[in-house]
Write a protein that binds this ligand. Structure first.
Ligand code: C2E
Ligand code: MG
Ligand code: MG
Length: 731
């Protein structure tokens, strides 16, 4: 565009200059024509002047009838030189012989006028010709009937020894016929004026020529000057007139050029602006197109490939399996505590976590691998050139990475992850099937307990179907009262039963017992958690009234805890059932306490002010931050089963349990160990100072009636949950 406007500008200038040139040229031509006409006019004027004396009876008498030199000198010579400003005056007789000659002041110049006479001879001839055509003067005068005859003269510019001259030959004729020429030929008067600078200045003044000069025709041409060549009647160059012509075009250019330049510069600047804007717009367009393409294949938050691109890469990898039997692995990864972190800290924290985790994952992926974000907290990895060992190693590494604390703006968090892996060595599969297999493996790993990875096994399809079926069935199960609550005893080291934990049970009409670790997360996923949770609470509240002074612990899922109506629903249930709130313990998990969530703090405070005790379940598996324990109103911690099961076999488990018990003591919190199955574990716990115990060693979860029977000292009637080891102690 700049180029175009520059070219346009140059075009305009060239056009202007051409226009100026043409204007100047025609101005010069006009001045030349003007000058030429003016010159001819002046010549004519000169030529007419001598008529005043040549068309005169007295002149005929004194020049032709009888020549009077004195009269001639005073009436012709003096008059022409003095009055009419002629330089040369010559009188020829009827035979064209010179009678009289005056050159400037010299009245006897006959000897000096040879060249002038020669130059004038064509004019004389012309005059003689006209004289012949006129015929005898007497006849002519008669024809004119008292009018003077027409003047006969010829004039021309000629070169003479005196320089270029305007020469005129005029026939001497009577004006009234008082004297008549003696023959058919009369005398002729030659008058001449040197064409010099003076002569020219008359013209220059009349036609406003500036710097007009008159030189010999061969003189050098002056720059920027117009010229006019004066020629004699034979066409020979006699003199050169040069002058400085008016140049309206040049003048116009001079005046308009600055404006034109300003306009042009402005135009070019504008054009450059537009061009750069245009270029920017084009670049933006290209960039946005690239961005759109990128967006179509990438995740906006992390910049990682999305499912679409992963599928594309999977198809490529399948092609390589076909071509060179190169197997690959697909990993599906799900962050375990994303929802908790996202709900507790807010969406920004969730986003930060995803970004940080994807950075960590990218570091452990090989250069040929593809890491993709498949969903909210779901990632996929195409591990190229993989073997079972290298896939095991990668999955293990991914889990290790997320078990480390991750620093985000909101604080330190542990996200944890679960991975499903499948090794693809069959080129007949398609990309969707590869992903489905890894996803099934992921579901299996989730069901088995998060924080681990599982390989795809062909029987997994069934597991997935089960999960989907369970989701459907759970809804009707809650409505139809298929759920029950079992109670697991909690005892002091001495064996005294002091409390129970309420655990939900689902006896599916077809599937039999469905474990809560399977259906509770499903209830959380599909908005059934509120009705499930309230069902358990209601049953526990009701049953607690029949369980004497036993404390009843109820598990509260994080999803339920965060429901806005939770506290008011519970309060309403308390007044409805008339439960002794002081005997109810609510078990929450560590994930809830993440960060500085005011709402969590408020809910806990509200629950405590209603009279509930708060226990922290599965302690040691999640965040285990001392600061959480200080910040939140907690009454009790439950040491997770995973530490208890390793007691006596793994020294570090003893150390952890010891530390937790000491910590609880220091914070004046109650502490209980769950999952105690062996006497050895019990002894170790006793040694560590852990006085409260829950586990199969003392009793499996059982019906409220069975607990009631225990309390009454009778053996359990519940065949499923009988326990010989509970040492009964009336409370
Ligand atoms: P939890 O709250 O940690 O419950 C303890 C789990 O450990 C129970 O599994 C219990 O049967 C099991 N258990 C107790 N003693 C032993 C032992 O000595 N050895 C072994 N191997 N296991 C033992 P359950 O009933 O399958 O519940 C699993 C989890 O499901 C619970 O873990 C809890 O998180 C959740 N859950 C159970 N009932 C409810 C409920 O009513 N509401 C909510 N929100 N969650 C529930
Ligand atoms: Mg529990
Ligand atoms: Mg637990």
């Amino acid at each position: 565009m700049t180029l175009v406007s520059a070219a346009l500008g140059i075009g305009v200038i060239i056009a202007l200059m051409a226009f100026a040139h043409i204007a100047d040229k025609s101005a010069v031509e006009r001045e030349q024509a003007l000058l030429k006409n003016g010159f001819n006019g002046l010549l004519d004027e000169h030529a007419r002047r001598p008529t005043a004396v040549a068309l005169w009876d007295e002149a005929v008498r004194n020049l032709d009838v009888s020549y009077d030199p004195e009269w001639t000198d005073s009436n012709i010579g003096e008059y022409l030189a003095g009055v009419l400003d002629f330089d040369l005056t010559v009188v020829l007789d009827r035979a064209d012989a010179p009678l009289y000659a005056k050159w400037e002041e010299d009245s006897d110049a006959l000897s000096r006028i040879g060249s002038a006479l020669a130059a004038a001879s064509p004019l004389v001839e012309e005059v003689r010709e006209a004289e012949r055509r006129r015929g005898p003067i007497a006849d002519h005068l008669r024809e004119m009937a008292g009018q003077p005859p027409k003047a006969i003269y010829a004039t021309s510019v000629s070169q003479t020894d005196f320089g270029p001259m305007a020469l005129t030959a005029t026939l001497v004729q009577p004006d009234f016929g008082l004297a008549l020429p003696q023959t058919s030929r009369s005398a002729v008067l030659i008058s001449g004026e040197v064409i010099d600078q003076d002569f020219l200045s008359v013209l220059a003044e009349r036609y406003l020529l500036s710097e007009a000069t008159l030189t010999a025709p061969t003189a050098p041409r002056l720059p920027d000057h117009a010229t006019l060549i004066l020629r004699d009647s034979a066409g020979q160059a006699v003199a050169l007139v040069q002058w400085h012509p008016q140049r309206p075009g040049a003048e116009m250019l001079r005046l308009s050029m600055p404006l034109v330049f300003i306009a042009l510069t402005a135009l070019i600047i504008l054009a450059m602006r537009y061009q750069s804007k245009g270029r920017l717009a084009t670049e933006r367009l290209v960039a946005s197109e690239a961005r759109v393409t990128h967006l179509a294949y990438h995740d906006a938050l992390t910049g990682l490939p999305n499912r679409l691109l992963l599928v594309d890469r999977l198809n490529g990898a399948l092609g390589r399996v076909r071509a060179d039997k190169q197997g690959f692995a697909v990993h599906c990864i799900d962050l375990d505590r994303f929802n908790e972190i996202n709900d507790s800290f807010g969406q920004q924290a969730g986003d930060d976590l995803i970004a940080e985790v994807s950075r960590l994952f990218a570091e452990v992926c090989g250069p040929g691998d593809t890491l993709a974000r498949l969903g909210r907290d779901e990632f996929g990895i195409l591990q190229s050139n993989a073997t079972r060992e290298s896939a095991d190693a990668l999955a293990t590494r991914l889990i290790q990475l997320t078990n480390q604390p991750v620093e985000i703006e909101a604080g330190r968090v542990f996200s944890g992850c679960t991975v499903g892996v499948t090794l693809i060595e069959d080129a007949n599969l398609d990309a969707v099937e590869c992903l489905r297999r890894a996803d099934l493996a992921l579901n299996r790993a989730k069901t088995a307990g998060r924080g681990q990875y599982a390989w795809f096994l062909p029987d997994m399809d069934a597991t997935l179907r089960l999960r989907l079926d369970v989701r459907e069935d759970l809804r009707t199960a809650i409505a139809n009262g298929e759920l029950t609550v079992a109670y697991q005893p909690q005892v002091h080291q001495g064996g005294k039963l002091y409390g129970v934990e309420a655990l939900v049970r689902w006896n599916h009409p077809v599937r039999g017992q469905v474990p809560p670790s399977l259906f509770v997360p499903i209830a959380e996923e599909c908005d059934l958690i509120s009705s499930l949770g309230m069902f358990v609470l209601r049953r526990a509240f009701e049953d607690s009234k029949r369980l004497g002074r036993l404390r009843v612990a109820v598990n509260i899922s994080a999803a339920q805890f965060r429901l806005s109506d939770f506290v008011s629903d519970v309060a309403a249930l308390v007044s409805e059932t008339g439960v002794d709130v002081g005997r109810i313990e609510l078990e929450i998990t560590e994930g809830l306490l993440l960060g500085d969530d005011r709402a969590t703090l408020q809910t806990l405070a509200d629950l405590r002010s209603l009279g509930f005790r708060i226990a922290l379940d599965d302690f040691g598996t999640g965040y285990s931050s001392l600061s959480y324990l200080q910040r939140y109103p907690i009454d009790k911690i439950k040491i997770d089963r995973s530490f208890i099961s390793s007691l006596g076999t793994d020294p570090s488990a003893d150390a952890v349990v010891n530390a937790i018990v000491r910590l609880a003591r220091a914070l004046r919190l109650d502490v209980i160990a769950e999952g105690v199955e062996t006497e050895l574990q019990r002894v170790r716990l006793a040694a560590a100072g852990c006085d409260d115990i829950q586990g199969f060693l003392f009793g499996k979860p059982m019906s409220a009636a069975a607990i009631g029977a225990l309390l009454e000292g009778a053996p359990s009637q519940d065949p499923q949950h009988h326990s010989r080891t509970v040492r009964l102690a009336a409370s």
